[in-house]
Structures are given as C-alpha cells and as structure tokens.
Design a protein around this ligand. Sequence first.
Ligand code: ATP
Length: 400
Amino acid sequence: MIEAVGLTKRYGDKTAVYNLSFQVRPGAVTGFLGPNGSGKSTTMRMILGLDDPTAGQVTIGGHPYRKLPNAPRQVGALLDAKAVHGGRHARNHLLCLAQLSGIPARRVDEVLGVVGLQDVAKRRSKGFSLGMGQRLGIAAALLGDPQVLLFDEPVNGLDPEGILWVRNLMKSLAAEGRTVFVSSHLMSEMALTADHLIVIGRGQLLADMSVRDFISHNSADFARVRTPDTEPQQREKLTASLTEAGGQVLPEQDGALRVMGLPLPRISDLAHDADVRLWELSPHQASLEEAYMRMTQGAVDYRSTVDQRAGFLQELPPGAVPPPQMPVPGQGQPGWYAPPPPQQGGHPFAMPQGQPPAGPYGAPAVPGAGEPNPYAQPSPAPAQPAPAAAPDLTKPEDAR
Ligand SMILES: Nc1ncnc2c1ncn2[C@@H]1O[C@H](COP(=O)(O)OP(=O)(O)OP(=O)(O)O)[C@@H](O)[C@H]1O
C-alpha cells in the first residue's frame, strides 16, 4: 500500500502539492487524475523518493521509498518513457537495469515477451515509436516483478490495440493483488480501467472514492426532450410547463431540451397535459469525463480561449451555486463553468465493470502539516452565472 500523509511540495514560491493525504490499496487499479500542472508527477516523484517533500511524508508498505530494502524488486514505475539511453538495444537497456538490481537476465526476456517487444529486442530504442517506447518503459517497471506499480500516463502514444493491452495488463496486475497507481488524462480509459480514483487540483485533494461514487457525486441524471423542429411554440409551451412543475430546463445545442429534476414519466404526463407532441424523451447519465470536468472546473490552470467545454457544460441555472474556486496567490480568479448542479441523492451510474481477462501478465506474483494553507483565502462567488473577468489563462502562469 502507498500512503501519503500531509504531503506538501514547494518549489520556491510555487506550491506544487499541498497537504495531500491518501492511500492506494492493493488489489485495485487506482486512477490518479488532475488537470495539467495539478501536481500528479510531483506526487509520483515524491512517492519514488526522487523529490523530497517540503512537509508530510509518503510511504510504501510503511517505509519511505529510499528506505525500502531492494526497492526495485518491490516497486516498479513508468514515469517518463523517453528517459532511456537511445543508443542501447531495448534488451541491453533492460539488462543494465536488471543487473543494477540483481535481477536475473532471463527475467529481461520474460518482460520483453510480456510487452510484445521480443521481435525488436535487438533494435536501438532511439528508433522506437512513441508506443514502443511506452512498452519498453512498462517492461522496465515490471522487471522486478514488484507488488507496487506506478504508471504516469501509460497509454500515451499507444494505438487502440495497445491501449486495450495496457488496460488488461493493469487489471490483471491488480487482480494478482498488486497495488496499481496510474495517472491518465483519458477519462474514458480510466472509466474502463480504474476501480478507485484520487483526483487532485492545484496540488490539493479533490476526491478519493470509487469511480462509481465519483460519477454519482459529481453529475446529474437528466432527460433529453425534443419537440417537433417545425413548431417552436411547442418547445416554448413545454419549457413553461416543465419549469412550472419544478424542473430545470436548459437548451441543448441541437434544439432539444435538457431537463433535470423531473422523472421521465412526469415529463411525459406534463407534455401530454400541455398538448405537446414529443419526438424524443430519453434518459441520460453523465460520463466520467463530464463528472471530472465538473469537479475540476475551478482548478484548471491552462485553458484555451476557445474552450470546447463551453458547449459541453451548460450555463448555471437560476439560483444554482457556482462550484468552489481554488485561487492561487497572485494569480487572480480563474474563469469557471457552470454546469447544472448534481442531483441530490442521485442514483449511482452503471459503469462498465468487465472482468479482467485471464492473465496476459503471466509472471508469478511475488509473495510476499501544521503549515499555512496557501490556498486558504475565501473564494468570492461570482454574482452572475457568467465567466468572471479572467486573467489570460491561455498562458502558463509564469508568463502572465
Ligand atoms: N522542478 C520544478 N521546479 C519548479 N516548479 C515545478 C517543478 N516541477 C513541477 N513544478 C510545478 O509544479 C506544478 C505541478 O507540476 P506537475 O508536473 O507535478 O503537474 P502534473 O499534474 O503532473 O501536470 P501534467 O498533467 O501536465 O503532467 C506545476 O505548476 C509545475 O510547473
């Protein structure tokens, strides 16, 4: 198990990670999510003893990484797949790592087979594609047959077949009882791979819960309703009727209506009573991506001026409370988006919960702050449901 307690990292004035406490348990794939610059890599580096915390601590199996006996046999990591000596053959690269850790050479050939690089084992890694480099990095992580594995963006550059392979590998490693901690920006992939999520924003913990709970806590069920396109007055009539009945009604980009707060049969009855014909009445559940966008919207450092989420997340309904902001000293108030509020007591969403396929990873398992919060100042809620006058978020903060 990985355990962080009050983990904090500052680089000069920059607080990269603040007071993070979480546990990553064995037997599950734990996804590590957060916007760019939120502190994921910094956290992983501290777990691996590559950076010293400014405050707090992080342990693996009860020990700081640097105090683990024979750490490479207990912990494997893929942090930066490009961090290899490009002039070496793939096999030689792994052999060097194996020799440093007292791992037998036959294990090198085993992991080359596991990651599918056996046919290019004698090729120099500088000629490798992005995906091949990722596979080589994963092979290095698996070399010591460790119980604890960390992967920073493991599917980066992989084709669909490679992504499926990584997904199955992560699941089978967890099914063997290992601790698997994986960061990714691909929400759809995390929804299929992870059992549990740790989400951070601006270095702070935003969520630590199962994928299922994360989605149900951060999203709202809604109905899509469509009236005949040729009769706009029907749409207006229905909007008035649904609003009067307590529903929240928002326009969708394609002319349909998004309705929250009313069950489908009630919407149907109201439409019938108002003598409005429906061309569509369908239930919808948010995706992990939508739930993630909602949760992290106040913690995004880098955002395009032409933000695609403008069409994805809807305007704040009247009376709804905007999400909490996480101001950074000297940075001003970030812009924010205003999707509909989560439905209170909403139903958990049914996530794809496929069983991990039988062991593509065939190797046997080894048996066995008390500091001031830099983000603490209260966040003034905007008076209007419109983007606040924002700093130039198109530039890294250093450039602003
Ligand atoms: N060595 C360093 N010196 C100064 N600042 C740093 C250093 N390393 C990271 N930072 C800053 O700390 C913050 C967190 O960076 P980090 O790389 O951990 O984020 P991340 O979540 O991994 O981002 P991404 O998703 O883009 O990889 C960023 O603002 C980054 O600029």
